[in-house]
Design a protein around this ligand. Structure first.
Ligand SMILES: [Zn+2]
Length: 434
């Protein structure tokens, strides 16, 4: 199926999008044909031990394109991270074997490694997804850990994507639940994107949202089928996740699908890595963080008379960041400084136009935290901080600090610039019901 058949919107010409996307049952047998068409005669298969097993369970594939016949296999370690080390090793494997392209077998991490390594090596890649767990399959960015900082880097989307519902259904149910959580951030991240443009003129368009809207609604309506292993529910989710990736390519950034809720999730990841704690699933964190940001929007829309804070200065702000972020501060400071530079102009605009902006924000008609929680629960996804193993105090702390880690304006910044944070943080956690 061509990408254009997945959605009713007309996609702009001239974009570097995946050429073929197959979503449905019994598709493993298509791998050899797609590989021949898109990644050349001598592809390198990339997987981790668990995702390689998931492929092995697909009966039809055993007879087809396994790494015999001159193909190669680069097996990542157990629970790999998409960091510069794994990307470097994968690039080295491509070069050493003279491979013509990469076939990524896996979900978030394996795809990010494959996407980045293929881009750096100048070879094409295709994705065989083993779980509907995130929206990065079709996107033009990879989420990579660089010096402990979760960074999104531009990278070429896969030439082809296969999402076989039989394989997706066999994945641990927590993975599709995480995909649902990642998907549900869309209205809140889009609101943040709109907000950034309203205050900084950074650009906003409605087409990316329209590309994915109908598919998100369909996937949401079928969420209850995910824990039950329903193939149709997994296909609906997979389609929406692929289109979410496409929406990011069309926007030219992750903005349509990544706002303040993603900053919270990225901060939790970065701190887990510093402490040597195991990472939680990205989308599981994003789902709960989306409830927090939706609740925050609700409070700000209700805020008639903001008490604008005193203008901060950079020496004091950078000192706060050094204390608050410890060993991550050096990597964070350049991002925070860029955002800080726009403070005066944003505040002037907020002082002049907040009543009107409040109405515009209300007009976005964002879902409430309770509505988001209900869909998460139907899909078997974590819907509370407790289910993620996050204490309320940690959430408090993250809401206060997540804005620092990236030069992207979100509702977390707005809350501070309207003087609602830090005083209102506890209220937001209570309203979110998480
Ligand atoms: Zn995400």
């Amino acid at each position: 199926m061509k990408l254009v058949d997945l959605c009713s919107e007309t996609l702009p010409d001239g974009l570097d999008l995946s050429e073929e996307v197959l979503i449905g049952a019994d598709l493993c047998g298509e791998i050899p044909r797609l590989a021949a068409a898109h990644v050349g005669r001598k592809p390198l298969w990339l997987a981790d031990p668990r995702t390689w097993d998931a492929l092995g369970r697909a009966d039809t594939l055993r007879a087809s394109g396994r790494p015999e016949n001159g193909h190669g296999l680069h097996l990542l370690p157990d629970d790999p991270h998409a960091n510069t080390e794994q990307i470097g090793l994968t690039c080295a494997a491509v070069e050493a074997g003279g491979f013509s392209g990469i076939i990524a077998v896996g979900a978030g991490t394996v795809n990010d490694i494959a996407k980045m390594a293929a881009t750096l090596s100048g070879v094409p890649y295709m994705a065989f997804g083993t779980a509907a767990s995130m929206n990065g399959y079709a996107s033009g960015i990879a989420a990579i850990l660089v010096d402990g900082l979760k960074t999104t880097i531009a990278a070429r989307p896969p030439r082809a994507i296969i999402l076989d519902s039989e394989v997706l259904c066999q994945a641990p149910p927590a993975l599709a639940a995480a995909g649902l959580g990642d998907l549900l951030s869309k209205p809140v991240s889009t609101a943040d994107w709109w907000l950034g443009n309203r205050l900084e003129g950074s650009g906003f368009e409605t087409l990316p949202g329209r590309i994915v809207d109908e598919a998100v609604t369909h996937a949401t309506e079928h969420a209850a089928g995910l824990p039950a292993g329903d193939g149709g529910a997994h296909e609906a989710l997979a389609r929406a996740l692929v289109l979410s990736g496409v929406s990011m390519v069309v926007a030219g950034s992750s903005s349509p699908a990544s706002g303040g809720e993603h900053l919270l999730s990225h901060l939790w990841d970065m701190e887990a890595l510093v402490c040597g704690r195991e990472l939680r699933l990205h989308g599981a964190q994003v789902g709960v963080a989306t409830c927090l940001c939706a609740a925050l929007y609700q409070h700000l829309v209700d805020l008639e008379d903001p008490e604008f804070p005193k203008a901060p200065n950079w020496p004091r702000t950078s000192e706060r960041i050094r204390i608050a972020h410890g060993e991550l501060a050096e990597a964070i400071l350049p991002q925070a400084e860029k955002k800080f530079a726009g403070f005066a102009a944003r505040t002037a605009l907020l002082r002049a136009e907040w009543p009107q902006m409040r109405e515009e924000l209300a007009g976005l008609a964002l879902p409430s935290a309770a509505e988001i929680r209900a869909v998460l629960q139907a899909g078997g996804a974590p819907a509370s901080l407790g289910e993620l193993g996050i204490e309320r105090d940690e959430a408090f702390d993250a809401l206060a600090r997540a804005r620092d880690i990236r030069d992207r304006y979100t509702v977390l910044d707005l809350a501070f610039e309207l003087g609602f944070f830090p005083g209102g943080i506890r209220q937001v956690i209570l309203t979110a019901g998480v």
